[in-house]
Design a protein around this ligand. Structure first.
Ligand code: HEM
Length: 195
């Protein structure tokens, strides 16, 4: 549970442990992203995509360097770049490096859970964007079926208890990924700094 260290109870699934440990961080991030961009206008939506691209590019590099084949979520920056191009924008330069120090047990699992889990949130954002944009805004990223497919495959692995070392590493990594996204969102929120 959040606030009680990173060890799950012995009968707790990894998924519910990760959700509890990052609940507050997710809330904070949701609010920071709404403040930094939101998606109420076409301009807001372009900023939302820029933020997503800036945050995900270094994470995809980390995955390429450290994650085993079965824990590599599909890359999404090229989908975001596609949507940005359709809005007449170039992808931003990556704003922050992402590092976990020496890659350890469970790290790749934690990173994969955050990126794949975010596709659930994207599904609900997609419904709003479709409505607000009248179906005219590009939504290749928000509608990415490959990430939802990866998520379904990952569920079998995380919806059961996991060895303590792996759960601890996954939790540390998940917390670090949320902090990374939050740093990018907060930088985007500061009016004088571009992404
Ligand atoms: C922009 C604002 C965001 C909103 C409005 C949002 C919304 C949501 C919603 C509604 C869910 C639950 C979906 C369901 O259970 O069907 C969810 C889950 C989740 N989101 Fe977000 N999200 C946002 C941003 C993010 C970002 C940027 C990340 C990744 C860094 C993220 C990671 C996750 C994860 C890991 C889950 C839980 C997966 C699980 O249930 O195991 N979210 N989000």
């Amino acid at each position: 549970m959040a606030g009680q260290g990173h060890q799950p109870a012995s009968d707790e699934s990894l998924r519910s442990h990760l959700r509890a440990a990052t609940l507050a961080a997710h809330d904070l991030l949701d609010r920071a992203m709404q403040a930094a961009s939101g998606w109420r206008t076409r301009e807001d939506y372009a900023r939302f995509l820029e933020l997503q691209h800036a945050a995900r590019a270094p994470l995809e590099d980390w995955i390429d360097a450290h994650a085993p084949e079965d824990l590599r979520p599909p890359r999404q920056t090229r989908l975001i770049a596609h949507d940005l191009a359709a809005l007449g924008k170039a992808p931003p330069a990556p704003a922050h490096l992402f590092s976990l120090g020496e890659a350890g047990t469970g790290h790749a699992l934690g990173v994969a859970w955050v990126l794949a889990g975010s596709a659930l949130g994207n599904r609900s954002i997609a419904r709003q964007v479709r409505r607000i944009g009248g179906g005219a805004w590009p939504m290749v990223f928000l509608g990415d079926a490959a990430m939802l497919g990866f998520w379904q495959a990952l569920r079998a692995r995380i919806e059961q208890p996991t060895p303590p070392g792996e759960a601890e590493g996954a939790t540390d990594a998940a917390i670090a990924v949320f902090a990374h996204f939050l740093a990018v969102a907060e930088q985007a929120e500061a009016p004088e700094t571009a992404l």
